[in-house]
Design a protein. Structure first.
Length: 186
C-alpha cells in the first residue's frame, strides 16, 4: 500500500481505526535486508499526522535495532512539536497490553485463567474477594471492581491538578478496590 493511498484511506478512518490500519499497512516496517525501514516508519508517522492526528510519536524495537520518530504538534495552541522522547499516559489501551502479557503467562503455564486472583496478589486482594474473583474476570471486566479513575479524578479540575503525578500501580488498585463494587462478580 503506498503512502498516498494510505493517507487517503486514513483520512476516512476514525482515530480508533487508524491504529488498526497501520498494523495492516505493514508490521514494524521491515526492510528487505531484515532491518527496520526507517524511511517507511517516518512516512507512516507523517501519514498519520496528515490524516488528522495533531501529533504522534513512536518507538519501534526489533531485537537490537530500534527507531524513534515523531510528527506533528504536541500543543495545538503553541505549535510545540512532538518529540520522540515525550512521556504520555497510555490510558485505556494499557488494558490490552496487560491482557496480552497475562495471556502470554497463561500460555507458559505460570498463570491460570480460572484461578482466584488472591493466589497471585494475596496482599492486594485478600480474603473472600480475592478467592471469588478470577484472573479471567479481571481480563473480561466482570470482576466489578470499581474503576480507580472515578476515585482519583472525581472532577475535571482534579484531572488537570494531577496530570503530571505518577501513581504507583498499588495505589490505583487500592483506589478501585476501596470503592463499592459496581455489581455482582461474574
Amino acid at each position: 500500500m503506498t503512502i498516498r493511498r494510505f493517507s487517503t484511506l486514513a483520512s476516512r478512518l476514525g482515530a480508533a481505526s487508524l491504529a488498526a490500519a497501520l498494523l495492516v499497512a505493514g508490521p514494524a516496517a521491515a526492510a528487505e535486508d531484515g532491518g527496520l525501514d526507517r524511511q517507511r516508519l517516518r512516512q507512516t508517522l507523517n501519514a498519520m499526522h496528515e490524516a488528522g492526528m495533531y501529533g504522534t510519536y513512536s518507538n519501534v524495537v526489533d531485537g537490537r535495532r530500534s527507531w524513534k520518530g515523531a510528527a506533528g504538534v504536541a500543543d495545538v495552541e503553541t505549535r510545540r512539536p512532538v518529540r520522540p522522547e515525550m512521556v504520555h499516559r497510555a490510558g485505556s489501551i494499557t488494558k490490552s497490553f496487560v491482557a496480552v502479557a497475562v495471556l502470554q503467562q497463561v500460555g507458559k503455564g505460570t498463570i491460570e485463567l480460572d484461578a482466584p486472583i488472591g493466589r497471585y496478589l494475596p496482599d492486594l486482594i485478600p480474603g473472600e474477594r480475592g478467592q471469588r474473583i478470577t484472573v479471567r474476570m479481571l481480563l473480561n471486566h466482570t470482576s466489578h471492581i470499581a474503576n480507580h479513575t472515578e476515585v482519583i479524578f472525581p472532577t475535571i479540575e482534579s484531572l488537570d491538578a494531577n496530570r503530571f503525578r505518577a501513581f504507583p500501580p498499588e495505589e490505583l488498585a487500592r483506589a478501585g478496590l476501596g470503592a463499592p463494587a459496581t455489581g455482582s462478580r461474574g
